[in-house]
Design a protein around this ligand. Structure first.
Ligand SMILES: CC(C)(COP(=O)(O)OP(=O)(O)OC[C@H]1O[C@@H](n2cnc3c(N)ncnc32)[C@H](O)[C@@H]1OP(=O)(O)O)[C@@H](O)C(=O)NCCC(=O)NCCS
Length: 139
């Protein structure tokens, strides 16, 4: 598949809110010139953390990442969009499904899901100790 080809799933709609949008730059590549997976994971952690922070009404820490799959490569020049969908809220934890999509060639019709994973966050206090996630009606 060439860099400009839309993927078969390019018609799927992302779920959740657009929490982060950025541009894949040459500085984000590995020595072979491909976008580094760790950079993508960091963007998704930031996106999930923004949503979890909002839901927890304060500081959160990433405690686990599950089901992480890289479906497609990301290329320099792709616009990377991270969508977040809160799938579970526990006593102190929040699970966020984060999916990363790219706009290849910056064209909206070339929207491709590249990776996804479930990030678990724990609400913490100023000392880094876990605290209860507040009820929604308290926010
Ligand atoms: C976050 C932290 C304070 C939690 O403290 P803890 O006493 O170990 O917490 P617990 O084991 O009681 O778990 C707290 C919650 O996290 C959930 N949790 C723990 N491990 C989990 C995992 N692997 N996957 C999903 N959820 C998990 C628990 O189910 C619990 O949820 P609930 O209260 O909603 O039922 C502590 O683990 C910590 O400081 N970890 C480091 C976090 C960090 O530095 N992250 C950045 C890494 S660079």
């Amino acid at each position: 598949m060439s860099a400009s080809d839309p993927s078969p799933n390019s018609q799927d709609a992302p779920k959740g809110e657009l929490a982060l949008r950025t541009l894949a730059m040459p500085a984000d590549t590995n020595p072979s010139g491909d976008i580094f997976g760790g950079w993508v994971m960091a963007q998704m952690d930031i996106a999930g953390g923004i949503s979890a922070w909002n839901r927890a009404d304060g500081r959160v820490a990433t405690v686990a990442v599950d089901g992480f799959t890289f479906h497609r490569p990301i290329y320099v020049g792709d616009v990377v969009c991270c969508y977040t969908d809160i799938v579970h809220v526990g006593k102190t934890s929040i699970q966020v499904l984060v999916s990363a999509w790219v706009l290849r060639g910056r064209r909206p019709e070339n929207r491709i899901k590249v990776t996804e994973g479930t990030f678990s966050f724990v609400a913490i206090d100023t000392e880094g100790k876990k605290r209860d996630v507040p009820p929604l009606d308290n926010l």
